[in-house]
Write a protein that binds this ligand. Structure first.
Ligand code: SF4
Length: 467
């Protein structure tokens, strides 16, 4: 894997703008207004990348649609984190053969993490001839040029080389939501957790310059965005590659100085790089949500070592203690993997006991999924799927009980929430800690921070009334 970072030059980006204009000219000569469908799989980083892909498509004159049927270009922005997600993408790519038959001028592109795996690219080349183009995350900024080449030559295009990881500022962005925005502060990952494919498909950590991130956040806040999530595979290592003495806590503190009515969040934090300095910055600003997603993955030290996580149970529990000391009401969420290769029943019990000890507000739970090419995929894995399923069920029951109890503690209290939409008869909103609240009220409240009294709760959400 190429370890360098390339900052894409303004000149190279200007050429892509020209390519957008050439695509506009191409369609206008045909008297057609083209439409595009972008389908996103996986994590928030992919959601953020899809917003840039939509931005480039709009710049090239495409309208956006929410179905592949009749679309002139379909882009599948894929995820490689779990086998199940990959199989789903292959199924959906296969089905596109029919939509293309009904709409022969349709161009089909696949990008994202799956496009970073050589064996996937080979399979697409050989077995999916209706796919017109594939580009990995390093080449995202080149999409207009690839699309133009495909339209004008009719040939398939592949931009999947093991290039230096790129940072491209100034790509147009079409945001899906008018209230909530994703802002990538860095790309790639250096951690090589033994089960994870991300460092192989997204390259090494590369941080955007602080001034670029701050300018984007300022623009969003001035544009009325109320909820901004800073994104990175490990935000806590932000800045290490820049060599200018700015870390993630410094960046967060600077962004939070921007005046306005908004909340900042961030994900994901790696425990090995979490610091008390970060917690102090969080505690010190009303603009930073008191919410921390801190993946622990396992409660057992041997398994954590086999996962190459670089912390142990004691260090993790200490981080939780420090976070709660700085912010007593902090909402804590986490990721956990059940059935890592070689995990024993006793080791799984350690995971359960850690969940009890921390008392998370919510957990994202996964059964281990082997990713070819990662060290964990080569480990012996004697525990049956049936047994792993049984562990998983116990873990979910434990967390559901804890989540329900934590939600019950909200009842009778009043919280400031951001109203973000309507679900049937009720408005939906989020607390500062990201908990879902439903209550009755008029549509005019959507987009506002308002106080709501919590009247009831379930495992997953809260019910309330306007104060
Ligand atoms: S920190 Fe670990 S799990 Fe997260 S993206 Fe990097 S390698 Fe994957």
């Amino acid at each position: 894997m190429n370890q360098k970072t390339t900052v894409i030059s303004p000149e190279a980006l200007r050429i892509q703008q020209e390519n957008c204009q050439k695509i506009r000219d191409y369609w206008s000569a045909l008297g057609i207004t083209p439409v595009a469908f972008v389908d996103t799989y996986g994590c928030q980083q992919n959601e953020a990348d899809s917003e840039r892909i939509r931005g480039m498509l709009e710049e090239a004159g495409y309208g956006l649609t929410d179905t592949e049927e009749g679309a002139d270009v379909v882009v599948l922005n894929t995820c490689a984190v779990r086998e199940h997600a990959e199989q789903r993408v292959f199924g959906n790519v296969g089905a596109l053969v029919h939509t293309k038959r009904r709409h022969p001028r349709q161009k089909i592109f696949l990008c994202g993490c799956m496009a970073g795996q050589p064996e996937v690219v080979e399979r697409l080349k050989k077995s999916f001839p209706h796919v017109d183009g594939v580009f990995n995350t390093h080449h995202l900024w080149e999409f207009p040029g690839l699309l133009l080449r495909c339209l004008t030559t009719g040939k398939r295009v592949f931009a999947v080389g093991d290039e230096a990881g790129s940072i491209a500022e100034g790509i147009p962005v079409t945001r899906q939501n008018k209230l909530k925005a994703w802002v990538s502060i860095m790309y790639g990952c250096n951690n090589f957790c033994s089960y994870c494919i991300v460092p192989y498909v997204r390259g090494r950590e590369r941080s955007r310059k602080p001034e670029d991130v701050i300018a984007e956040c300022r623009e969003l806040i001035e544009g009325g965005y109320k909820d901004i999530t800073l994104l990175g595979q490990n935000v806590n290592s932000y800045g290490k590659d820049l060599g200018i003495g700015v870390d993630f806590a410094d960046l967060l503190e600077e962004i939070a100085k921007i005046p306005g009515d908004y909340l900042l969040r961030f994900m994901t934090s790696h425990p090995k790089d979490a610091t008390e300095k970060l917690y102090a910055v969080m505690a010190g600003s009303p603009h930073i949500a008191k919410q921390l997603h801190l993946p622990f993955q396992s409660g057992n030290d041997r398994v954590l070592k086999a996962m190459n996580r670089h912390y142990d149970r004691a260090k993790y529990l200490e981080l939780v203690r420090q976070a709660r000391a700085a912010m007593p009401d902090i909402v804590l969420t986490s990721d956990v993997i059940v059935g890592f290769p070689g995990e024993t029943a006793e080791e799984f019990e350690d995971t359960l006991s850690l969940i009890e000890a921390v008392g998370y507000d919510a957990l994202f739970t996964f059964i281990y999924s082997p990713r070819p090419g990662t060290p964990a995929a080569k480990l012996p894995d004697p525990v049956s799927r049936r047994e792993k399923n049984a562990w998983f069920d116990r873990l979910c029951e434990t967390q559901n009980r804890i989540s329900a109890a934590r939600h019950r503690a909200y009842v009778g209290k009043t919280y400031r929430v951001l109203v973000d939409g309507r679900d049937g008869e009720q408005l939906t909103a989020r607390t500062e800690g990201g908990r879902l609240v439903r209550f009755s009220g008029p549509d005019e409240l959507i987009g506002q921070f308002i106080p709501v009294r919590i009247t009831d709760s379930t495992t997953w959400s809260l019910c309330g009334e306007l104060v």
